[in-house]
Design a protein around this ligand. Sequence first.
Ligand SMILES: *[C@@H]1O[C@H](CO)[C@@H](O)[C@H](O)[C@H]1NC(C)=O
Ligand SMILES: *[C@@H]1O[C@H](CO)[C@@H](O)[C@H](O)[C@H]1NC(C)=O
Ligand SMILES: *[C@@H]1O[C@H](CO)[C@@H](O)[C@H](O)[C@H]1NC(C)=O
Length: 277
Amino acid sequence: MLQKMTKTMIPLPLPYLILLLSTTIPTTATTSAYPSVPQDCTLSTGDEKLVPVRREVYGDGRIFDISHRYTTDMLTWGSNDGLGQFLWLPASMKNGSLANNSEMKMPTHTGTHVDAPGHMIDRYFDAGFDVDTLDLEVLNGPALLVDVPRDKNITAEVMESLQIPKGVRRVLFRTLNTDRRLMFTKEYDSNYVGFTTDGARWLVKNTDIKLVGIDFLSVAAHDHLVSAHLEFFESREIILVEGLKLDDVPLGIYSVHCLPLRLLGAEGSPIRCILMK
Ligand SMILES: *[C@@H]1O[C@H](CO)[C@@H](O)[C@H](O)[C@H]1NC(C)=O
Ligand SMILES: *[C@@H]1O[C@H](CO)[C@@H](O)[C@H](O)[C@H]1NC(C)=O
Ligand SMILES: *[C@@H]1O[C@H](CO)[C@@H](O)[C@H](O)[C@H]1NC(C)=O
């Protein structure tokens, strides 16, 4: 920014320049309104190294990005080879195009994503309950980040022990999957933890939770894959956000913001989720 400003600075007429130079403000003075210029600041030559900034946390710890970055090596369901090439550059500036224009292709349930009821209930799919019909009010609002016991799947007993108060509508469950960094390895591990069928049923019957977030590609444990999903999908009121990145986020209450793409007819969508303090 500073370098850009330097580059485009319009030369001041001479009288102004003299006026500026004759003022006696010490050049080292720093206030919050006028911070000192960093010592290593040099004039732009146009060939400086351009280094993009990639962050997990924004605004001095106020915003946590809890979505995973899409890469060729990222985990995909049931595969040990990772996602593979998902991005192409059919039009590129190096080949004479006016702009670079990428195309992408990937399963809609890749990385951090949302499930719509049509994912496992065919009559809901046929009736059009796709990701475009998901309630943004459920996907955005106060949320609780909780740690679940590391030695169990999320059973009814575990759910009960968490003592999540009535009225809590959005819960992100951090599990052993985060400790094991399962979302960061391209080998698919069916030993991940998730909800058992009775755990899902207990949540539906005994809590007001409508947004269920988890730190692996599936909310349901491997042995309960379809049955636990069905418990959640049946009422069409609960939204499942899967593949969350919950590392290094302090436990507590946040405002969660998740926005799926409006993919008409799709039962899943990549989703960007953040937590705000
Ligand atoms: C534009 O395309 C070229 C390849 O032709 C690539 O090296 C460059 O990184 C691309 N720029 C962006 C912004 O994607
Ligand atoms: C440029 O075009 C050639 C020929 O179509 C292709 O082989 C090459 O991959 C393209 N390069 C980029 C960077 O798009
Ligand atoms: C959770 O359940 C899966 C099978 O669904 C199993 O492989 C895994 O070991 C269980 N994890 C724990 C911590 O009990």
